[in-house]
Design a protein around this ligand. Structure first.
Ligand SMILES: *Cc1c(COP(=O)(O)O)cnc(C)c1O
Length: 480
């Protein structure tokens, strides 16, 4: 593709994207594709001769667009909504063109140093002390894996050289998190050789927060049994209900027990930018590490996860390894980003974080976050006021967990299993309209519907529409 063609196709694609971002609501939010549709529509092999870009874009529209679930749709109220904001999209475009590979400072001084600057800005916005050094990874799953590798590095003598297997001097290790913690913690302990049995899930209180008394008891029990506790993962904004673990109290326990404290604030940490919600990260200044995801609630296209730690030395001790061909003469304070993680190659993610923070400015970011929280509160109030719906968890941030539970005369009510099925059918019915997309979760063994507000374009009107659909589909189900 020569420069003239690049300009022509580039402009056409920018027009397509602008139209798409302007009218994301014209598509059904949840793709209506059935399994295998996309594969069946495409040839089994790559073409021998290159094809025109027009033909490729035409197939993109014809075959791939119907297979998209529109995370950019303002009616996307499932999981945690994310936004590929316009400044972030432009930054991705530019980053692809620049194709920086920032493994060493010299292979991209700009990407290396901008990462430090942009992460410093974000750190101050969420109120973490400057002692926390940052690095960008792809996802919170990867960030948490690195945190647990660092914890293992700090706790187990010479683990880098000797590993864990066949060592009589290394007792079974233990990591703690609440029953509501994210599955990425389970995956991390599996991947780093601790095994799932090393992960102890601590019971929760009535508001879905880790119970510190139970944590203390579990640690004492494990020590008495000859196991070695190494880390606690506290969650700020759990995935199901956005509950916030008592990080300060957990930090006390970790200090007393010499355990690594990692805070998983993938979604909830952003709320600390708001004076009204700064408390969500209270105590996190005492953590060893923390993850917060700009690709979740900071309008950044996937992927970009910000990992902060006061002990980057432990990360470096675990991962720094320089083969001869990567040796350079630059010395500290020059950083080589390949030393602070598992990956060698890494792309220029800092560019989009920097462009987003500058383009929005902190004031607009705070306004959107508080708007999302206010919309979720309104929705929670509608649920509370309706006789046939009930809220099943507090609403500390921008997610509401609730369910349909029609008030029927005592003794003639639906059995609990029937109610679970009815709520699952209700979610399916609402989603089949294509106007909104909600998901469900299981809380204390029962199905709960989950409505999450987080897309930049979502307004109270979209959530109002979701509520109308829920009420009317539930009324239809009750009549059926
Ligand atoms: C979304 C989420 C994760 C996983 O995030 P990825 O970036 O997709 O790995 C981890 N923890 C919490 C609390 C989350 O909400």
């Amino acid at each position: 593709m020569d420069a003239a063609d690049f300009r022509r196709h580039g402009h056409a694609l920018v027009d397509w994207i602008a139209e798409y971002l302007e009218h994301p609501g014209k598509y059904p939010v949840l793709s209506r594709a059935t399994p295998g549709d996309i594969v069946a529509a495409l040839p089994a092999g790559a073409p021998e001769e290159g094809e025109s870009f027009e033909a490729i874009v035409a197939d993109f529209e014809r075959i791939l667009v119907p297979g998209l679930t529109h995370w950019n749709h303002p009616g996307f109220l499932a999981y945690f909504p994310i936004t590929g904001s316009a400044p972030g999209v432009l930054a991705e475009f530019l980053a692809a063109a620049l194709n920086q590979q920032a493994m060493l400072w010299r292979t991209s001084p700009a990407a290396t140093e901008l990462e430090e600057v942009a992460l410093g800005w974000l750190r101050r916005l969420i109120g973490l002390p400057d002692a926390f050094e940052g690095v960008i990874y792809d996802t919170a799953s990867t960030s948490t894996l690195h945190a647990l590798v660092a914890a293992r590095q700090a706790a187990v003598d010479d683990v880098r050289a000797r590993g864990l297997a066949g060592r009589p001097d290394v007792p079974p290790l233990r990591v703690y998190c609440s029953e509501q913690a994210h599955s990425s913690i389970d995956k991390a302990v599996m991947a780093i050789g601790l095994g799932l049995e090393s992960l102890r899930k601590i019971p929760i209180d009535e508001e879905f927060r880790l119970r510190v008394d139970a944590l203390k008891a579990a640690i004492a029990e494990d020590r008495a049994a000859g196991r070695l506790p190494i880390a606690v993962v506290a969650t700020v904004g759990t995935t199901a209900t956005t509950s916030i673990d008592p990080v300060g109290e957990i930090a006390e326990v970790c200090a007393a027990e010499s355990l690594w404290l990692h805070v998983d604030a993938a979604y909830g940490g952003m709320a600390a930018m708001l004076p009204s919600h700064a408390h969500v990260l209270k105590g996190a200044d005492r953590a060893d590490s923390l993850v917060v995801n700009p690709h979740k609630w900071l309008f950044t296209p996937v992927d970009l996860s910000a990992f902060y730690t006061r002990r980057m030395d432990a990360i470096r001790a675990a991962f720094a390894l320089t083969p001869a061909y990567l040796q350079t003469t630059e010395t500290a304070p020059v950083k080589n980003l390949m030393d602070t993680g598992f990956q060698l190659g890494r792309r220029f993610r800092a560019l989009k974080l920097w462009m987003i923070l500058r383009s929005f400015g902190a004031r607009a970011i705070r306004r959107h976050l508080s708007r999302h929280i206010a919309i979720a509160r309104s929705f929670g109030a509608w649920v509370d006021a309706h006789p046939d719906f009930e809220r099943v968890a507090p609403v500390p941030l921008s997610v509401v967990c609730f369910r349909w539970n029609p008030s029927v005369p005592a003794g003639s009510g639906l059995p609990p299993e029937g109610l679970d099925d009815a709520n699952e059918r209700l979610v399916d019915a609402v989603n089949s309209t294509g106007e909104v997309f909600l998901t469900h979760t299981r809380l204390r063994g029962r199905i709960a519907i989950r409505l999450a507000v987080g897309h930049l374009d979502t307004t109270e009107a979209h959530v109002r529409r979701a509520w109308e659909l829920l009420v009317s589909c539930a009324a239809g189900a009750a009549r059926a």
